[in-house]
Design a protein around this ligand. Structure first.
Ligand SMILES: [Zn+2]
Length: 445
């Protein structure tokens, strides 16, 4: 390991080949070798020995609503990337909506990049948006470096980001397929939503009935059919309905290019436990029943679901009213996704290697960053989370780095304390103390 500037050593390093005692050699922010634990440290290299703490590749969260600029009272690049860093995340990809402007033209992308540039504590990339009237902007956005395009099939919740009808979906998909781009989709069918009982009020059971599984299942079936028609690459965002899993498995067997994500809140929280009026648990599609959740875990284990992302979508506390119909829909969980997932996974006999696969390796692959991110392997960025997996903490919203301290995880006791987070060989947070921002803005490779 001659020439190494840093050697990070642990008895438990999670590599693509498994977990082992190792010394990771780093030069110029890149991993140059993963060596035996007791390999000699070269002259001039700094040794950081984290003992029995687990070293995992920094998480890659491809679904985050930063809302900056325009709704920075909800979140922002400074607070979001600090919260992410505190939670072991080293790369995030920002969703194109809830910021004003939305990321739907090259000019708007430039605006977003300018705002993010000096606030990013971790690496940040951008999704573009597919709107009814911006087909002409899709290829320029692709060439400007966005990782793909988000579309809604039902109202998004903000006026400046309208959803696509069937014909508009077909037009966007044809264009995106022409340059082999990726369309990522919020799949709920507007007609099924309109037909569902809309009682409103504080009862969670009423809210759940207003966003039924068949709305998701129908929209996913539509999307899969269109993906097949155009031989396009599509990604199902935040899958909640386990009833859609057979459709997805069938489409894949039929050659449809589809990937699927779900979120920590669908995997760790259940409809049965949501108190009435507790709209910090409101998101769309909704958190469903425990039996549904068991099937999502099974689908993760068997590979029908590829990855897990936060869909961090906060708002100010005043928009989280006790009426589920009108409260802002979005779960704030960016800083907590690793411990929330680890706590649930260990309860189900799953390991940190599984977490790394779902939250780092596969998300990096989804956005084509897997040559650089998502693995502790030579040639990859030296991005790490150092975790004490057996330590617990109780979630105190006031202690979170999110701009708004409202979270559905409040009061939960979770396993897994992030001791430090490293970006390109630099420790960017340790025990709650942050360096100046060192994140880069990423383009599609
Ligand atoms: Zn989202």
């Amino acid at each position: 390991m001659s020439g190494a500037e840093l050697v990070l050593r642990s008895t438990r390093v999670i590599t693509p080949e498994g977990t082992r005692a190792a010394s990771i050699a780093v030069t110029g922010g890149t991993i140059t070798a993963v060596l035996p634990y007791d390999a000699p440290v070269p002259d001039g290299a700094r040794l950081e020995d984290v003992g029995d703490h687990v070293v995992l590749p920094g998480l890659v969260d491809t679904h985050v609503h930063v809302n900056d600029p325009g709704r920075t009272e909800w979140e922002g690049f400074w607070t979001a990337t600090r919260a992410a860093a505190a939670g072991g995340i080293t790369t995030l990809v920002d969703m194109p909506l809830n910021s004003i402007p939305p990321t739907t033209t090259v000019d708007n992308l430039r605006t977003k990049r300018a705002v993010a540039a000096d606030k990013a504590h971790i690496d940040v990339g951008f999704w573009g948006g597919a709107l009814p009237d911006n087909v002409k902007d899709l290829r320029p956005l692709h060439e400007a470096g966005v990782f793909g395009f988000k579309a809604f099939l039902s109202p998004s919740g903000v006026d400046e980001f309208p959803h696509l009808d069937q014909e508009q979906l077909a037009r966007s998909l044809a264009e995106i397929a022409a340059f082999d781009g990726l369309l990522i989709v919020h799949a709920e069918d507007p007609h099924h939503l309109a037909a569902a009982p809309q009682q409103g009020g504080p009862k969670y059971t009423h809210f759940l009935a207003s966003r039924p599984r068949d709305a998701e299942d129908t929209a996913i079936a539509t999307l899969l059919a269109q993906a097949k028609r155009f031989n396009a690459r599509v990604h199902v965002l935040h899958l909640s309905s386990s009833d859609a899993l057979p459709l997805i498995a069938e489409a894949r067997a039929d050659g449809v290019q589809v990937t699927v994500e779900t979120c920590p809140h669908y995997l760790t929280l259940t409809a049965e436990e949501v108190p009435d009026g507790a709209s910090e648990f409101k998101c769309c599609p909704p958190i469903r029943e425990a039996a549904n959740q068991d099937l999502l875990w099974q689908a993760l284990a068997d590979g029908t679901i590829d990855c897990v992302v936060t869909d961090h979508s906060p708002s100010t506390a005043d928009l989280k009213t006790d009426d589920f119909a009108t409260a802002w829909g979005g779960i704030a969980g960016l800083q907590l996704s690793l411990p929330a997932m680890w706590t649930a996974a260990r309860g189900r006999g799953l390991g940190l290697e599984d977490i790394v696969r779902w939250m780092s390796a596969r998300t990096a692959a989804l956005v084509g960053l897997d040559a650089r991110k998502g693995a502790i392997a030579p040639g990859h960025d030296a991005d790490f989370a150092v975790l004490a997996p057996d330590e617990t903490f109780t979630v105190d919203p006031a202690a979170l780095q999110h701009r708004n301290r409202v979270t559905a995880y409040a009061g939960k006791t979770l396993y897994g304390v992030v001791k430090s987070t490293w970006l390109r060989g630099e420790r960017i947070v340790a025990d709650g103390a942050f360096t100046d921002p060192k994140g880069q803005l990423l383009d599609r490779a």
